[in-house]
Design a protein around this ligand. Structure first.
Ligand code: NAD
Length: 246
């Protein structure tokens, strides 16, 4: 029960890493608000967790839409009374080689992966500032530090997450709030299912630890940064990638 009594908001919590984090955070004693734009998957997960006796609820929002996010924040603050932990996990890819990448695809990925993190952080910060405590954990990627072929948009967005994290660590550390990022390598979720088998085999060669990551590998890193054990860790990028060579 490492985050017992805390209220955590997990964006992109309907599926993949976020859904695993929602379950692990519940099991560790937190009340969990799941934000996602996939209403069906989000409601189903919240109902399942509720049926198992956990305190979880779903709130529909597109993180790139400020009005949506502010509305969800209002409802979450009303229902739970406070938010102690924000996990900015929602993210998308729209891959293409740069010369074939539409500007709209470039902008869309930045809208979700960068503006989405900004919108959610801005929406949940005021109650943390008022409480003089809080944890913000955002999701970068090895693409943000090393770059990935065919992912100029995604790599730029995940580098931006690191920039925002380090800025907010300085801006909000003095208010008792820590801000950190997790940088996953290749994790077995829907996100990497579109990668051709040949490329998967090449990627495998670059991971010294002999397997792909699992959603719980990343969710447990979120949990650590949200726990009391990490109270003096601020502004870091925690790599969860099996030591992937970049
Ligand atoms: P996923 O596609 O399995 O799940 C993403 C979730 O975010 C989904 O539930 C989706 O509905 C939600 N979402 C997407 N856009 C949204 C929006 N605009 N508003 C609200 N919700 C939205 O992806 P995942 O693999 O679980 O990835 C989670 C995070 O980890 C992302 O930020 C991703 O970039 C990052 N990441 C993943 C990998 C990987 O290999 N899977 C590697 C590095 C980083």
């Amino acid at each position: 029960m490492r985050i017992s009594g805390k209220t955590a908001v997990i964006t992109g919590g309907a599926k993949g890493i976020g859904a695993t984090a929602a379950r692990i955070f519940c099991e560790q004693g937190a009340q969990v608000a799941i934000i996602d734009f996939d209403e069906q998957a989000g409601e189903a997960l919240a109902q399942q967790l509720h049926a198992e006796g956990f305190d979880a609820a779903f709130f529909k929002a597109d993180v790139s839409n400020e009005t949506d996010v502010n509305h969800a924040a209002l409802l979450i603050n009303e229902q739970f009374g406070k938010v102690d932990i924000l996990v900015n996990n929602a993210g998308i890819t729209l891959d293409a080689m740069t010369l074939k990448m539409e500007t709209s695809a470039f902008r869309h990925v930045l809208d979700v992966n960068v503006t989405g993190v900004f919108n959610c952080t801005k929406a949940f910060l005021p109650s943390m500032v008022e409480a003089g405590a809080g944890r913000i954990i955002s999701t970068s990627s090895i693409a943000g530090t090393g770059g990935n072929v065919g992912q100029a948009n995604y790599s730029a967005s995940k580098a931006a997450v690191i920039g925002m994290t380090k800025t907010w660590a300085k801006e909000f550390g003095p208010k008792g709030i820590t801000v950190n990022a997790v940088s996953p390598g290749f994790i077995e979720t829907e996100m990497i299912k579109t990668i051709p088998e040949k490329v998967i085999a090449q990627i495998q060669q670059l991971i010294p630890y002999p397997r792909f990551g699992k959603p719980e590998d990343v969710a447990n890193a979120y949990l650590f940064l949200a726990s009391d054990e990490a109270s003096f860790i601020n502004g870091i990028v925690l790599e969860v990638d099996g030591g992937m060579l970049k």
